[in-house]
Design a protein around this ligand. Structure first.
Ligand code: ATP
Ligand code: MG
Length: 416
Protein backbone atom coordinates (compact mmCIF):
# COMPACT_ATOMS: atom_id res chain seq x y z
CA UNK A 1 0.00 0.00 0.00
CA UNK A 2 1.30 3.42 -0.90
CA UNK A 3 0.51 6.24 1.43
CA UNK A 4 0.16 9.85 0.48
CA UNK A 5 0.78 12.85 2.63
CA UNK A 6 -1.50 15.81 2.03
CA UNK A 7 -0.16 19.32 2.60
CA UNK A 8 -1.53 20.48 5.95
CA UNK A 9 -3.93 23.11 4.58
CA UNK A 10 -5.36 20.68 2.02
CA UNK A 11 -5.59 18.01 4.72
CA UNK A 12 -7.53 20.21 7.12
CA UNK A 13 -9.87 21.33 4.36
CA UNK A 14 -10.44 17.71 3.33
CA UNK A 15 -11.03 16.67 6.92
CA UNK A 16 -13.72 19.33 7.47
CA UNK A 17 -15.34 18.41 4.19
CA UNK A 18 -15.42 14.74 5.14
CA UNK A 19 -17.25 15.25 8.45
CA UNK A 20 -20.80 15.76 7.13
CA UNK A 21 -20.33 12.92 4.60
CA UNK A 22 -19.19 10.62 7.40
CA UNK A 23 -22.23 11.49 9.51
CA UNK A 24 -24.51 10.46 6.68
CA UNK A 25 -22.61 7.22 6.13
CA UNK A 26 -21.39 8.45 2.73
CA UNK A 27 -17.92 8.16 1.27
CA UNK A 28 -15.78 10.99 -0.03
CA UNK A 29 -12.56 10.68 -2.04
CA UNK A 30 -9.98 13.15 -3.28
CA UNK A 31 -9.18 12.33 -6.95
CA UNK A 32 -7.55 13.51 -10.15
CA UNK A 33 -4.82 16.06 -10.67
CA UNK A 34 -4.26 16.82 -6.97
CA UNK A 35 -3.51 13.19 -6.11
CA UNK A 36 -1.31 12.80 -9.20
CA UNK A 37 0.67 15.96 -8.51
CA UNK A 38 1.23 14.91 -4.89
CA UNK A 39 2.92 11.76 -6.13
CA UNK A 40 4.94 13.65 -8.73
CA UNK A 41 6.20 16.54 -6.67
CA UNK A 42 5.19 15.94 -3.05
CA UNK A 43 3.01 18.28 -1.03
CA UNK A 44 2.82 21.39 -3.23
CA UNK A 45 -0.06 23.76 -3.31
CA UNK A 46 -2.65 23.08 -5.95
CA UNK A 47 -5.66 25.29 -6.05
CA UNK A 48 -8.45 23.21 -7.44
CA UNK A 49 -9.55 20.13 -5.56
CA UNK A 50 -11.61 17.38 -7.19
CA UNK A 51 -13.63 14.90 -5.16
CA UNK A 52 -15.88 11.96 -5.93
CA UNK A 53 -18.60 10.52 -3.68
CA UNK A 54 -21.40 7.96 -3.54
CA UNK A 55 -23.84 10.64 -2.34
CA UNK A 56 -26.27 11.77 -5.06
CA UNK A 57 -25.92 15.38 -6.28
CA UNK A 58 -28.87 16.79 -4.34
CA UNK A 59 -27.45 15.35 -1.13
CA UNK A 60 -23.98 16.74 -1.93
CA UNK A 61 -25.56 20.13 -2.40
CA UNK A 62 -27.27 19.94 1.01
CA UNK A 63 -24.09 18.74 2.72
CA UNK A 64 -21.90 21.46 1.22
CA UNK A 65 -24.29 24.42 1.50
CA UNK A 66 -23.79 25.18 5.23
CA UNK A 67 -20.01 24.73 4.94
CA UNK A 68 -18.68 26.57 1.90
CA UNK A 69 -18.51 30.22 0.84
CA UNK A 70 -20.23 29.87 -2.53
CA UNK A 71 -22.00 27.10 -4.47
CA UNK A 72 -22.28 26.67 -8.26
CA UNK A 73 -24.95 24.32 -9.52
CA UNK A 74 -24.43 24.57 -13.31
CA UNK A 75 -22.89 21.08 -13.35
CA UNK A 76 -25.52 19.46 -11.15
CA UNK A 77 -27.20 17.53 -13.93
CA UNK A 78 -23.82 15.97 -14.77
CA UNK A 79 -23.37 15.19 -11.07
CA UNK A 80 -20.94 17.98 -10.19
CA UNK A 81 -21.49 20.46 -7.39
CA UNK A 82 -18.80 23.13 -7.37
CA UNK A 83 -17.98 25.42 -4.49
CA UNK A 84 -15.48 27.99 -3.45
CA UNK A 85 -14.02 27.57 -0.03
CA UNK A 86 -11.07 29.26 1.61
CA UNK A 87 -10.13 30.68 -1.77
CA UNK A 88 -10.12 27.32 -3.53
CA UNK A 89 -12.39 25.77 -6.10
CA UNK A 90 -13.79 22.51 -4.84
CA UNK A 91 -15.70 20.14 -7.15
CA UNK A 92 -17.59 17.17 -5.79
CA UNK A 93 -18.86 14.72 -8.41
CA UNK A 94 -21.12 11.80 -7.70
CA UNK A 95 -19.73 8.46 -8.94
CA UNK A 96 -21.05 8.24 -12.44
CA UNK A 97 -21.88 5.65 -14.92
CA UNK A 98 -22.01 7.01 -18.41
CA UNK A 99 -23.70 5.70 -21.48
CA UNK A 100 -22.29 7.23 -24.64
CA UNK A 101 -23.89 7.96 -27.94
CA UNK A 102 -21.11 7.49 -30.53
CA UNK A 103 -22.31 10.52 -32.52
CA UNK A 104 -21.66 13.09 -29.80
CA UNK A 105 -19.55 13.64 -26.74
CA UNK A 106 -22.53 14.25 -24.48
CA UNK A 107 -22.85 11.19 -22.25
CA UNK A 108 -26.11 10.02 -20.70
CA UNK A 109 -25.25 10.06 -17.02
CA UNK A 110 -26.63 7.87 -14.26
CA UNK A 111 -25.62 8.14 -10.62
CA UNK A 112 -25.67 4.49 -9.62
CA UNK A 113 -21.95 3.93 -10.12
CA UNK A 114 -19.32 2.92 -7.59
CA UNK A 115 -15.74 4.07 -7.08
CA UNK A 116 -14.28 1.39 -9.37
CA UNK A 117 -16.44 2.28 -12.33
CA UNK A 118 -15.93 5.98 -11.67
CA UNK A 119 -12.14 5.58 -11.71
CA UNK A 120 -12.25 3.30 -14.76
CA UNK A 121 -13.89 6.00 -16.84
CA UNK A 122 -11.34 8.66 -16.01
CA UNK A 123 -9.03 9.70 -18.81
CA UNK A 124 -5.64 8.26 -17.78
CA UNK A 125 -4.34 5.89 -15.13
CA UNK A 126 -2.27 8.70 -13.59
CA UNK A 127 -5.50 10.70 -13.16
CA UNK A 128 -7.49 7.71 -11.89
CA UNK A 129 -6.01 7.48 -8.39
CA UNK A 130 -7.96 8.42 -5.27
CA UNK A 131 -7.59 8.76 -1.51
CA UNK A 132 -10.53 8.15 0.79
CA UNK A 133 -11.20 10.96 3.24
CA UNK A 134 -14.14 9.42 5.11
CA UNK A 135 -14.14 6.46 7.50
CA UNK A 136 -11.08 7.56 9.41
CA UNK A 137 -10.75 7.15 13.15
CA UNK A 138 -8.63 10.26 13.51
CA UNK A 139 -8.34 13.16 11.14
CA UNK A 140 -5.31 14.53 12.89
CA UNK A 141 -2.87 12.52 10.81
CA UNK A 142 -2.28 13.81 7.30
CA UNK A 143 -1.30 10.47 5.81
CA UNK A 144 -3.76 8.67 3.59
CA UNK A 145 -3.85 5.38 1.70
CA UNK A 146 -3.64 5.55 -2.05
CA UNK A 147 -6.37 3.77 -4.02
CA UNK A 148 -4.77 2.88 -7.33
CA UNK A 149 -6.80 0.30 -9.24
CA UNK A 150 -5.21 0.83 -12.66
CA UNK A 151 -1.50 1.12 -11.88
CA UNK A 152 -1.27 4.91 -12.10
CA UNK A 153 1.57 5.04 -9.60
CA UNK A 154 3.65 2.57 -11.63
CA UNK A 155 2.89 4.49 -14.79
CA UNK A 156 4.14 7.67 -13.13
CA UNK A 157 7.33 5.86 -12.09
CA UNK A 158 7.80 4.36 -15.55
CA UNK A 159 6.75 7.68 -17.08
CA UNK A 160 4.01 6.24 -19.26
CA UNK A 161 0.65 7.72 -20.19
CA UNK A 162 -2.05 5.03 -20.46
CA UNK A 163 -5.83 4.85 -20.35
CA UNK A 164 -7.47 2.70 -17.64
CA UNK A 165 -9.57 0.88 -20.25
CA UNK A 166 -8.73 0.12 -23.90
CA UNK A 167 -7.70 3.42 -25.52
CA UNK A 168 -10.11 2.87 -28.42
CA UNK A 169 -12.98 2.64 -25.90
CA UNK A 170 -11.76 5.65 -23.93
CA UNK A 171 -11.37 7.84 -27.04
CA UNK A 172 -14.59 6.56 -28.56
CA UNK A 173 -16.45 7.56 -25.38
CA UNK A 174 -14.87 11.00 -25.31
CA UNK A 175 -12.60 12.08 -28.19
CA UNK A 176 -11.41 15.12 -26.21
CA UNK A 177 -9.24 12.66 -24.28
CA UNK A 178 -6.96 12.43 -27.35
CA UNK A 179 -6.09 16.08 -26.92
CA UNK A 180 -5.84 15.71 -23.15
CA UNK A 181 -3.27 12.99 -23.86
CA UNK A 182 -1.26 15.51 -25.87
CA UNK A 183 -1.50 17.99 -23.01
CA UNK A 184 -0.42 15.52 -20.32
CA UNK A 185 2.45 14.16 -22.43
CA UNK A 186 3.68 17.75 -22.67
CA UNK A 187 3.07 18.79 -19.06
CA UNK A 188 4.05 15.64 -17.19
CA UNK A 189 6.86 14.46 -19.45
CA UNK A 190 5.23 11.03 -19.91
CA UNK A 191 5.69 8.79 -22.94
CA UNK A 192 2.42 7.84 -24.57
CA UNK A 193 1.85 4.06 -24.57
CA UNK A 194 2.16 2.66 -28.13
CA UNK A 195 -1.48 1.48 -28.18
CA UNK A 196 -2.58 4.97 -27.16
CA UNK A 197 -0.65 6.48 -30.08
CA UNK A 198 -2.17 3.96 -32.49
CA UNK A 199 -5.67 4.67 -31.21
CA UNK A 200 -5.24 8.41 -31.76
CA UNK A 201 -3.95 7.86 -35.31
CA UNK A 202 -6.91 5.60 -36.06
CA UNK A 203 -9.62 7.66 -34.35
CA UNK A 204 -8.52 11.23 -34.86
CA UNK A 205 -11.47 12.10 -37.10
CA UNK A 206 -13.74 11.63 -34.07
CA UNK A 207 -12.35 14.92 -32.81
CA UNK A 208 -14.89 16.68 -35.04
CA UNK A 209 -17.64 16.16 -32.44
CA UNK A 210 -15.69 18.15 -29.83
CA UNK A 211 -16.52 21.82 -29.40
CA UNK A 212 -13.99 24.47 -30.42
CA UNK A 213 -13.89 25.81 -26.85
CA UNK A 214 -12.80 22.46 -25.42
CA UNK A 215 -10.13 22.10 -28.10
CA UNK A 216 -8.92 25.61 -27.37
CA UNK A 217 -8.71 24.99 -23.62
CA UNK A 218 -6.54 21.91 -24.06
CA UNK A 219 -4.30 23.57 -26.68
CA UNK A 220 -3.93 26.62 -24.43
CA UNK A 221 -2.89 24.45 -21.52
CA UNK A 222 -0.42 22.49 -23.65
CA UNK A 223 1.15 25.61 -25.14
CA UNK A 224 2.17 27.18 -21.84
CA UNK A 225 4.12 24.23 -20.38
CA UNK A 226 7.90 24.82 -20.26
CA UNK A 227 8.60 22.56 -23.25
CA UNK A 228 5.60 21.48 -25.34
CA UNK A 229 7.81 19.45 -27.74
CA UNK A 230 6.77 15.95 -26.56
CA UNK A 231 3.11 16.94 -26.84
CA UNK A 232 3.74 18.38 -30.31
CA UNK A 233 5.36 15.14 -31.38
CA UNK A 234 2.24 13.20 -30.39
CA UNK A 235 -0.11 15.81 -31.86
CA UNK A 236 1.58 15.99 -35.24
CA UNK A 237 2.93 12.45 -35.31
CA UNK A 238 -0.58 10.98 -35.19
CA UNK A 239 -2.05 13.33 -37.80
CA UNK A 240 -4.32 14.94 -35.20
CA UNK A 241 -2.35 18.18 -35.51
CA UNK A 242 -2.74 18.27 -39.29
CA UNK A 243 -6.51 17.83 -38.86
CA UNK A 244 -6.88 20.54 -36.25
CA UNK A 245 -4.27 23.01 -37.49
CA UNK A 246 -3.62 22.30 -41.18
CA UNK A 247 -1.71 25.58 -41.61
CA UNK A 248 1.13 24.30 -39.40
CA UNK A 249 3.42 22.13 -41.51
CA UNK A 250 6.18 21.63 -38.96
CA UNK A 251 5.61 22.64 -35.36
CA UNK A 252 8.24 25.12 -34.14
CA UNK A 253 10.47 24.55 -31.12
CA UNK A 254 8.67 26.54 -28.45
CA UNK A 255 10.98 25.82 -25.53
CA UNK A 256 12.99 28.97 -26.29
CA UNK A 257 9.88 31.15 -26.26
CA UNK A 258 8.69 32.54 -22.94
CA UNK A 259 5.76 30.37 -21.72
CA UNK A 260 3.19 33.09 -22.17
CA UNK A 261 -0.08 32.25 -23.93
CA UNK A 262 0.08 35.10 -26.48
CA UNK A 263 3.75 34.59 -27.33
CA UNK A 264 3.40 30.84 -27.63
CA UNK A 265 0.37 31.14 -29.96
CA UNK A 266 2.22 33.73 -32.04
CA UNK A 267 5.21 31.43 -32.40
CA UNK A 268 3.04 28.33 -32.96
CA UNK A 269 1.29 29.99 -35.91
CA UNK A 270 4.29 31.96 -37.18
CA UNK A 271 4.55 29.84 -40.34
CA UNK A 272 0.96 30.70 -41.32
CA UNK A 273 -0.01 34.01 -42.89
CA UNK A 274 -1.35 36.71 -40.53
CA UNK A 275 -4.78 36.20 -42.11
CA UNK A 276 -4.67 32.43 -41.54
CA UNK A 277 -3.48 33.11 -37.99
CA UNK A 278 -6.45 35.35 -37.32
CA UNK A 279 -9.00 32.93 -38.73
CA UNK A 280 -7.57 29.98 -36.82
CA UNK A 281 -7.70 31.88 -33.53
CA UNK A 282 -11.23 33.06 -34.25
CA UNK A 283 -12.41 29.57 -35.20
CA UNK A 284 -10.96 28.30 -31.92
CA UNK A 285 -13.07 30.93 -30.14
CA UNK A 286 -10.09 32.67 -28.65
CA UNK A 287 -11.19 35.81 -26.81
CA UNK A 288 -10.84 38.98 -28.86
CA UNK A 289 -8.09 40.33 -26.60
CA UNK A 290 -5.94 37.24 -27.28
CA UNK A 291 -6.51 37.46 -31.04
CA UNK A 292 -5.50 41.10 -31.21
CA UNK A 293 -2.50 40.66 -28.91
CA UNK A 294 -1.23 37.77 -31.06
CA UNK A 295 -1.70 39.77 -34.27
CA UNK A 296 0.11 42.74 -32.81
CA UNK A 297 3.17 40.71 -31.81
CA UNK A 298 2.98 38.98 -35.18
CA UNK A 299 3.04 42.34 -37.00
CA UNK A 300 6.22 43.31 -35.15
CA UNK A 301 7.72 39.92 -35.77
CA UNK A 302 7.19 40.34 -39.51
CA UNK A 303 8.71 43.82 -39.49
CA UNK A 304 11.71 42.51 -37.58
CA UNK A 305 12.02 39.68 -40.09
CA UNK A 306 12.20 42.11 -42.97
CA UNK A 307 15.16 44.09 -41.60
CA UNK A 308 18.35 43.23 -43.49
CA UNK A 309 20.92 45.19 -41.53
CA UNK A 310 20.81 45.09 -37.78
CA UNK A 311 22.15 48.26 -36.26
CA UNK A 312 20.82 50.62 -33.61
CA UNK A 313 19.13 52.75 -36.27
CA UNK A 314 17.23 49.73 -37.58
CA UNK A 315 15.89 49.12 -34.09
CA UNK A 316 14.96 52.76 -33.64
CA UNK A 317 13.04 52.69 -36.89
CA UNK A 318 10.71 50.12 -35.38
CA UNK A 319 8.68 53.07 -34.11
CA UNK A 320 5.17 52.76 -32.74
CA UNK A 321 5.96 49.72 -30.61
CA UNK A 322 6.72 50.37 -26.98
CA UNK A 323 10.10 49.28 -25.61
CA UNK A 324 8.40 46.42 -23.88
CA UNK A 325 6.65 45.14 -27.01
CA UNK A 326 9.85 45.40 -28.99
CA UNK A 327 11.86 43.56 -26.41
CA UNK A 328 9.26 40.81 -26.37
CA UNK A 329 9.07 40.55 -30.16
CA UNK A 330 12.86 40.53 -30.53
CA UNK A 331 13.15 37.81 -27.94
CA UNK A 332 10.51 35.84 -29.81
CA UNK A 333 12.22 36.33 -33.18
CA UNK A 334 15.49 35.03 -31.75
CA UNK A 335 13.67 32.21 -29.97
CA UNK A 336 11.95 30.78 -33.03
CA UNK A 337 14.90 31.48 -35.30
CA UNK A 338 13.02 33.83 -37.60
CA UNK A 339 16.14 35.98 -37.39
CA UNK A 340 19.09 34.55 -39.30
CA UNK A 341 22.14 33.27 -37.55
CA UNK A 342 24.19 36.18 -38.87
CA UNK A 343 21.81 38.73 -37.33
CA UNK A 344 21.34 36.87 -34.16
CA UNK A 345 24.44 38.07 -32.34
CA UNK A 346 23.63 41.67 -33.24
CA UNK A 347 20.05 41.34 -32.03
CA UNK A 348 21.08 39.62 -28.84
CA UNK A 349 23.59 42.38 -28.14
CA UNK A 350 20.88 44.95 -28.74
CA UNK A 351 18.42 43.22 -26.45
CA UNK A 352 21.14 43.02 -23.79
CA UNK A 353 22.05 46.67 -24.20
CA UNK A 354 18.42 47.63 -23.66
CA UNK A 355 18.95 46.79 -20.01
CA UNK A 356 21.94 49.16 -19.85
CA UNK A 357 22.01 52.89 -19.33
CA UNK A 358 22.28 53.74 -23.03
CA UNK A 359 18.88 52.57 -24.04
CA UNK A 360 18.67 52.40 -27.85
CA UNK A 361 14.91 52.29 -27.48
CA UNK A 362 14.70 55.61 -25.72
CA UNK A 363 12.90 57.90 -28.17
CA UNK A 364 12.39 60.85 -25.87
CA UNK A 365 13.23 64.34 -27.14
CA UNK A 366 15.18 66.95 -25.15
CA UNK A 367 12.50 69.59 -25.94
CA UNK A 368 8.71 69.58 -25.84
CA UNK A 369 5.98 71.63 -27.54
CA UNK A 370 5.87 74.36 -24.91
CA UNK A 371 9.64 74.85 -25.09
CA UNK A 372 9.32 75.45 -28.84
CA UNK A 373 6.35 77.81 -28.41
CA UNK A 374 8.21 79.87 -25.78
CA UNK A 375 11.51 79.92 -27.61
CA UNK A 376 10.25 80.78 -31.10
CA UNK A 377 7.07 82.68 -30.18
CA UNK A 378 4.84 80.19 -32.05
CA UNK A 379 1.07 79.82 -31.90
CA UNK A 380 0.09 76.43 -30.51
CA UNK A 381 -1.03 74.37 -33.52
CA UNK A 382 0.06 72.10 -36.35
CA UNK A 383 3.41 73.81 -36.81
CA UNK A 384 4.52 72.67 -33.34
CA UNK A 385 3.46 69.12 -34.14
CA UNK A 386 5.38 69.26 -37.42
CA UNK A 387 8.59 70.38 -35.69
CA UNK A 388 8.31 67.64 -33.10
CA UNK A 389 7.68 65.03 -35.81
CA UNK A 390 10.79 66.13 -37.70
CA UNK A 391 12.84 65.98 -34.49
CA UNK A 392 11.58 62.46 -33.85
CA UNK A 393 12.60 61.41 -37.35
CA UNK A 394 16.11 62.75 -36.79
CA UNK A 395 16.20 61.12 -33.37
CA UNK A 396 15.20 57.79 -34.94
CA UNK A 397 17.89 57.83 -37.60
CA UNK A 398 20.78 59.62 -35.83
CA UNK A 399 20.29 58.79 -32.16
CA UNK A 400 19.90 61.05 -29.12
CA UNK A 401 19.80 64.84 -29.59
CA UNK A 402 21.02 67.54 -27.23
CA UNK A 403 18.70 70.39 -26.32
CA UNK A 404 20.87 72.91 -28.18
CA UNK A 405 21.10 70.64 -31.21
CA UNK A 406 17.33 70.22 -31.33
CA UNK A 407 16.71 73.98 -31.03
CA UNK A 408 19.26 74.71 -33.76
CA UNK A 409 17.52 72.29 -36.11
CA UNK A 410 14.13 73.89 -35.44
CA UNK A 411 15.56 77.33 -36.04
CA UNK A 412 16.93 76.15 -39.37
CA UNK A 413 13.60 74.56 -40.41
CA UNK A 414 11.62 77.66 -39.40
CA UNK A 415 13.87 79.92 -41.45
CA UNK A 416 13.40 77.96 -44.70
P1 ATP B 1 -4.77 19.84 -13.94
O1 ATP B 1 -3.76 19.63 -12.87
O2 ATP B 1 -4.18 20.41 -15.17
O3 ATP B 1 -6.03 20.54 -13.47
P2 ATP B 1 -6.38 17.50 -13.85
O4 ATP B 1 -5.96 16.09 -14.00
O5 ATP B 1 -6.86 17.94 -12.51
O6 ATP B 1 -5.19 18.37 -14.37
P3 ATP B 1 -8.89 18.42 -14.85
O7 ATP B 1 -9.24 18.85 -16.24
O8 ATP B 1 -8.94 19.42 -13.75
O9 ATP B 1 -7.45 17.77 -14.96
O10 ATP B 1 -9.82 17.17 -14.50
C1 ATP B 1 -9.85 16.60 -13.18
C2 ATP B 1 -9.96 15.09 -13.28
O11 ATP B 1 -11.18 14.71 -13.90
C3 ATP B 1 -8.88 14.43 -14.12
O12 ATP B 1 -7.72 14.19 -13.36
C4 ATP B 1 -9.56 13.16 -14.58
O13 ATP B 1 -9.55 12.20 -13.56
C5 ATP B 1 -11.00 13.61 -14.77
N1 ATP B 1 -11.30 14.06 -16.15
C6 ATP B 1 -11.32 15.32 -16.59
N2 ATP B 1 -11.67 15.38 -17.88
C7 ATP B 1 -11.89 14.11 -18.28
C8 ATP B 1 -12.31 13.48 -19.50
N3 ATP B 1 -12.54 14.21 -20.59
N4 ATP B 1 -12.44 12.15 -19.49
C9 ATP B 1 -12.20 11.43 -18.38
N5 ATP B 1 -11.81 11.94 -17.23
C10 ATP B 1 -11.67 13.26 -17.15
MG1 MG C 1 -7.71 19.91 -12.02
Amino acid sequence: MTSVELPSDVASLCASLAVPFDRKGRRLYLVGGTVRDLLVSGPTDSHDLDFTTDAPPEEVRALLAPLVDDLWLQGERFGTIAASWHGRTVEVTTHRREVYDPRSRQPKVTFDGDLDSDLSRRDFTVNAMAVELTGRAAYARHTYQLIDLFGGRDDLDRRVLRTPLEPAVAFGDDPLRMLRAVRFVASLGLRPAPELVDAISAMRDRMSVVSAERVRDELDRMLVVPDPAPGMALLFGTGLGADLLPEIATPPDLARVEPDLVLRWTAFLACASPEATRSRLVSLRQPRRVVSAVLQVRGLLDRIGSIDRWDAAAVRRLEAASDHELRVALGLAVGIGSITLRDRAAVEALVASMQGREDPFDRSLPVDGSTLIGRFGLEPGPIVGELLARLRAVRASDGPLTRDGALALCEEWLST
